[in-house]
Design a protein around this ligand. Structure first.
Ligand SMILES: [Zn+2]
Length: 103
């Protein structure tokens, strides 16, 4: 009986060790997922400053609007585009103004 008990204890210890390894591996995974999520968020933030046409978020200054473009004047500019189109801002329905070409 003593030999059987010794084998059983040995098996139980191995099972506990495997279980611990298993759990520690799983416990690490959420951290790597969070790290990946923040990496993915960076390119989206960098994109807004390069946006010349369409919606500006955050809004840009009137001086930053390209010449000849149509823009929504709200003090700052939250929308601009190259074409007049229907002449209205799709975001707030205000009339678009043309940025006059300076000579
Ligand atoms: Zn607008």
């Amino acid at each position: 009986m003593l030999v059987v008990n010794a084998i059983l204890i040995g098996v139980t210890m191995k099972a506990i060790l495997i279980a611990l390894l298993f759990f520690s591996t799983f416990a690490c995974k959420p951290e790597t997922k969070v790290a990946k999520a923040t990496e993915n968020a960076k390119p989206a933030n960098a994109k807004t400053s390069e946006t010349i046409e369409g919606e500006h978020n955050p809004p840009i200054e009137k001086s930053e609007v390209k010449e000849g473009h149509w823009y929504c004047d709200m003090g700052t500019v939250h929308y601009s585009r190259a074409e007049k189109g229907d002449g209205k801002c799709p975001l707030c329905k205000m009339i678009l103004h043309e940025k006059k070409t300076q000579k």
